[in-house]
Design a binder for this molecule. Structure first.
Ligand code: BES
Ligand code: MN
Ligand code: MN
Length: 449
C-alpha cells in the first residue's frame, strides 16, 4: 500500500484546484453586500466534502453565517476527530496595493496569493487533503466543521454549538487556523490571546466653532481624543491601563532582526514595550487604536471639532477575563478624558483567550506526526491573535483534547494586502494531519483514559 505521505502528494493538485475555486468566492461576512457570497462559499464547501466521501453533510445557521458540518462515522471503538476551519475571510482592503487580484488566486515563487488562500481556506484544503489521502475512509471518525463568521467574532457560534451539540461532539478537536514558526518548522499553538474592543466618543461642544474666535479657550474634541488615546501607553510603549492580566510566555527567542523582517518595520522605528518579544506578543495585553472618525483633511476648515470617536482594540493575555478587561479599559477611558470633556464608551466584542496544557498521548501523537511530515520538531508557540471559538468549544466539550495547528507562516500577511499561502507548508500540514488521523486511531486506548 502506498504510504500516506505519497497519497497526500497525489491528492494535492486536485485539492489546490478546489482551494483556488474557494478563493474566487468573496466570502466576506463583515460586508453586508457579500453575504450571498458567504452562502455560495458554504455550498461549495459542502459540495467538496460530499464529493470527498462524507455521508452526512449539512449547511447550518443559527441566525448568523452559514456553517458546514460533515460527518464520517468512526469504525467501532475508534475515536472521533473534529476538524475545524473557517470559510469567511477578511475584507481585501485597498485593492490597488495588491500585486494580483485579491480574489484571483495567483502563484508566485512557490506561494499562492489571494484573500483567504491561507486564513483560512487553506485550513479547509488541509482537511480535504487529509481525508482524501485516506481514500475517504480514515481509521477514526471525522467531523469537519467549517464556520462562516470567525472573522466577525463568531457571534452565533454558541447557538450553533447548542443546536448541533451531538453532531459536533468529538474526542479530539483540530483547529487548523494558526501560524507556523517558519516554512520549515511547524508550531504547535499552545496559547492565544483574547480580545475586547470598544468605541470611545468624546464631545466638547454641541456645534463646531470658528477656531480663531474660540481656539485657546474652548477645547476641540479631536485634541481631547488624541490626549486620551495617548494615555493608553506609557513612554516606553507599555500598556498603561490598570488591572490587566499578564501571564508567562514560553522561553522562545525572537531576534530584533526577525521582528524587523517579519513585520516590515520602517527604518528607525523602534519596538514598543518591555520584556521579551514572546512575552509581549503572547503573554501581555496590547492595545491598538484601529480607527478614528473625525473630520477628514479634505473637509478640514478652521473649525473646533465638536466630537470625535475612535475604536480601540485590546488583546487579553491567557488567563485574563475579556469582559473584566473591557471594564478596566472603559474605566481608564472615562477617568483619563482631559478637560472635563464628555466621554461615552460603547462596548464592542469580547472573546476569551485560551491556553492549552500540551501533554498526554494526543499531543504526543501530534508531535510525532509533525516530526514525520515536516522533518522538524514542532515548537510550542503562543500566538498574539485570537480564536474566541476555542474557549467556547472547550467549555462545551471539557473532555476533548484541543490541538491548534495551521497553514500560515511568517510571510502570510493574513488580514493585510497580498495574503499568501506557502504551497510547501500546505503539503506538510496536510501530511501531518493525515498522519495524525492514523496515530489517533492507534493510540485510541490511551486517549480514552
Ligand atoms: N487565524 C486568525 C487567528 C490567528 C491570528 C491565529 C494570528 C494565529 C496567529 C483568525 O482568523 C483571526 O483573525 N481572528 C481574529 C478574531 C477576532 C475577529 C475575534 C483576530 O485575532 O483578530
Ligand atoms: Mn483564521
Ligand atoms: Mn483571520
Amino acid at each position: 500500500m502506498t504510504d500516506i505521505t505519497t497519497r497526500v502528494r497525489d491528492v494535492l493538485p486536485a485539492v489546490r484546484a478546489d482551494l483556488e475555486n474557494l478563493v474566487r468566492i468573496e466570502s466576506v461576512w463583515a460586508d453586508p453586500d457579500r453575504r450571498g457570497e458567504v452562502q455560495r462559499s458554504a455550498e461549495e464547501v459542502a459540495k467538496l466534502l460530499s464529493e470527498a466521501g462524507f455521508g452526512d453533510v449539512r449547511i447550518v445557521a443559527e441566525g448568523g453565517a452559514p456553517a458546514v458540518i460533515a460527518h464520517h462515522p468512526p469504525p467501532p471503538g475508534a475515536p472521533t476527530v473534529l476538524l475545524y476551519a473557517h470559510h469567511d475571510v477578511q475584507p481585501e482592503g485597498d485593492r490597488s496595493q495588491w500585486y494580483s487580484e485579491p480574489f484571483e488566486p495567483t502563484e508566485r515563487d512557490g506561494r499562492l496569493y489571494g484573500r483567504g488562500t491561507a486564513d483560512d481556506k487553506a485550513g479547509i484544503a488541509t482537511h480535504l487533503a487529509a481525508f482524501r489521502a485516506h481514500g475517504g475512509n480514515p481509521p477514526v471518525g471525522v467531523t469537519v466543521f467549517v464556520e462562516g463568521e470567525e472573522e466577525s467574532g463568531s457571534p452565533s457560534l454558541s447557538r450553533l454549538l447548542a443546536a448541533h451539540r451531538d453532531a459536533l461532539a468529538a474526542d479530539v478537536i483540530v483547529i487548523a487556523d494558526s501560524d507556523n514558526w517558519s516554512t520549515e518548522v511547524p508550531s504547535l499553538t499552545v496559547s492565544l490571546r483574547g480580545l475586547a474592543d470598544c468605541i470611545v466618543e468624546v464631545a466638547t461642544l454641541d456645534h463646531g466653532l470658528h477656531s480663531g474666535m474660540w481656539g485657546g479657550v474652548v477645547p476641540d474634541a479631536l485634541s481631547v481624543l488624541v490626549r486620551l488615546l495617548a494615555s493608553l501607553h506609557d513612554d516606553e510603549g507599555n500598556v498603561a491601563v490598570d488591572g490587566l492580566h499578564e501571564s508567562t510566555a514560553a522561553p522562545v527567542e525572537y531576534t530584533p532582526e526577525r521582528v524587523r523582517a517579519d513585520t516590515g518595520l520602517l527604518d528607525g522605528v523602534q519596538e514598543i514595550g518591555s520584556g521579551s518579544v514572546a512575552q509581549r506578543l503572547w503573554a501581555k495585553p496590547a492595545i491598538t487604536v484601529v480607527g478614528i472618525d473625525t473630520t477628514p483633511i479634505a473637509k478640514a476648515s478652521n473649525t473646533l471639532t465638536p466630537c470625535a470617536r475612535a475604536k480601540v482594540s485590546m488583546r487579553v493575555a491567557p488567563g485574563g477575563d475579556a469582559a473584566e478587561h473591557l471594564a478596566a479599559l472603559t474605566r481608564h477611558l472615562e477617568q483619563h478624558t482631559p478637560w472635563g470633556a464628555q466621554v461615552t464608551v460603547t462596548p464592542g466584542d469580547v472573546g476569551e483567550p485560551y491556553a492549552i496544557d500540551p501533554s498526554g498521548p494526543v499531543y504526543d501523537a501530534a508531535r510525532a506526526a509533525f516530526r514525520q511530515a515536516w522533518g522538524n520538531d514542532a515548537i510550542d508557540a503562543g500566538v498574539g491573535g485570537s480564536i474566541p471559538f476555542i474557549a467556547a468549544f472547550a467549555s462545551a466539550f471539557p473532555d476533548a483534547k484541543i490541538l491548534v495547528t495551521g497553514v500560515e507562516d511568517p510571510d502570510t500577511q493574513a488580514h493585510s494586502i497580498n495574503e499568501s499561502l506557502h504551497l510547501g507548508v500546505l503539503e506538510r500540514a496536510a501530511t501531518a494531519e493525515a498522519l495524525l488521523l492514523d496515530r489517533l486511531a492507534r493510540s485510541d486506548r490511551q486517549i480514552a483514559t
